[in-house]
Design a protein around this ligand. Structure first.
Ligand SMILES: CCCC/C=C/CC(=O)SCCNC(=O)CCNC(=O)[C@H](O)C(C)(C)COP(=O)(O)OP(=O)(O)OC[C@H]1O[C@@H](n2cnc3c(N)ncnc32)[C@H](O)[C@@H]1OP(=O)(O)O
Length: 301
């Protein structure tokens, strides 16, 4: 383990994909995009917010090493940041990205789903629902700058945004791989997939647990653009400018018209969805499958 800024970070996470070497190039690209030195950042321990008030845009970076898995803490901090930005009239759009190299988000934190109490599972699922509803229905334009692998819950975050830009790298796979773990995506994740790629492609991807490489993700419509890794954020900001050219009230009403029926399917039955998750995840067979998967992940490392 290496100690960085008070965080215990596995050395291999820092060395992943030549992160240190690429840092300078990415900082250059950020500066070119107007987000370099001099910008006052805010946020929390796991969510970094880089505001550009003149542009009305904030870049929201997940920074929960080693893989931005969606722990209860990360979910909570992200909800708080989004709520703050949603309520601040300075901002009209967010770019959601990762501060880590090679990983956008590893999806749900599997340690939150293993060997915990029913009360913990319920609290965790409520936090996930809250994040999804907030992001999916946000009045802000949301662009995902997907600069790393984005399986399962990571893919859900991307699908909840209005537009997706993916880095063109073999490690940047994205998709709903839940069935490969022996678990089942919630119906609202399924709905997001269907709304984005259509019923047939969603059904195939969900049943097979497909993780799409960039070219395939673009072909199926899971992402909107694939660009070289060092251009992901600048491309996301360029896309943002196109979306911000539309008057907010018209775009927001249209977004709500498109998305509210999907969100309402969860919003109207949140507690039943929580209870259904708790009873599913508490099953012995599911606990065993999750533990086996986690152990395999750890052995790989
Ligand atoms: C019960 C119903 C729920 C339905 C919904 C489920 C949605 C989900 O999101 S389920 C989670 C699905 N996620 C995955 O399958 C991703 C698993 N992770 C990976 O494939 C890889 O870690 C990666 C491609 C994201 C990154 O690979 P990399 O080589 O850079 O890192 P690793 O060495 O694999 O991992 C480092 C470290 O992190 C731990 N870890 C990875 N993913 C998770 C996770 N999702 N939750 C908790 N912990 C995770 C991994 O075990 C390593 O830990 P150690 O350093 O302790 O060995």
């Amino acid at each position: 383990m290496a100690l960085m800024a008070g965080l215990r970070v596995p050395a291999r996470a820092l060395l992943r994909s030549g992160c240190w070497l690429r840092g300078a190039a990415l900082a250059g690209a950020e500066a070119a995009a107007g987000l370099g030195a001099g910008v006052r950042r805010f946020g929390s321990q796991r969510v970094l917010v880089e505001p550009d008030p003149a542009a009305g845009v904030a870049v929201v970076k997940l920074k929960s090493p080693p893989v931005n898995s969606l722990s209860l803490e990360l979910l909570t901090e992200l909800v708080i940041s989004l709520e703050k930005l949603d309520n601040d009239k300075t901002f009209r759009g967010i770019v959601l990205t990762s501060d880590l190299c090679g990983v956008f988000s590893a999806g749900l934190d599997l340690t939150e789903l293993c060997g915990r109490s029913p009360a913990h599972y319920a609290e965790y699922w409520r936090a996930l629902q809250e994040l999804w509803l907030r992001l999916y229905l946000s009045g802000l334009v949301s662009v995902a700058a997907v600069n790393g692998a984005s399986p399962a819950g990571g893919c859900l975050l991307c699908l909840s945004c209005d537009y997706r830009v993916l880095a063109d790298s073999p490690s940047c796979v994205i998709g709903p791989n839940e069935t490969r773990l022996g678990i089942v995506a919630p119906f609202w994740f399924k709905d997001c997939m269907v709304n984005t790629v259509g019923h047939r492609a969603a059904e195939q991807a969900l049943q097979l647990g497909t993780l799409f490489p960039p070219a395939e993700a673009l072909r199926v419509g899971l992402v909107d653009q694939v660009v070289p890794e060092d251009q992901v954020q600048s491309t996301a900001l360029a896309a943002m400018a196109r979306w911000l050219a539309i008057p907010d009230h018209a775009r927001q009403l249209t977004k709500s018209m498109m998305r509210k029926p999907t969100a309402d399917r969860l919003a109207k039955h949140r507690e039943a969805d929580v209870q259904s998750f708790v009873s599913f995840v508490s099953r012995d067979s599911i606990q065993k499958a999750l533990q086996t998967y986690l152990e395999k992940l750890k052995q790989k490392g």
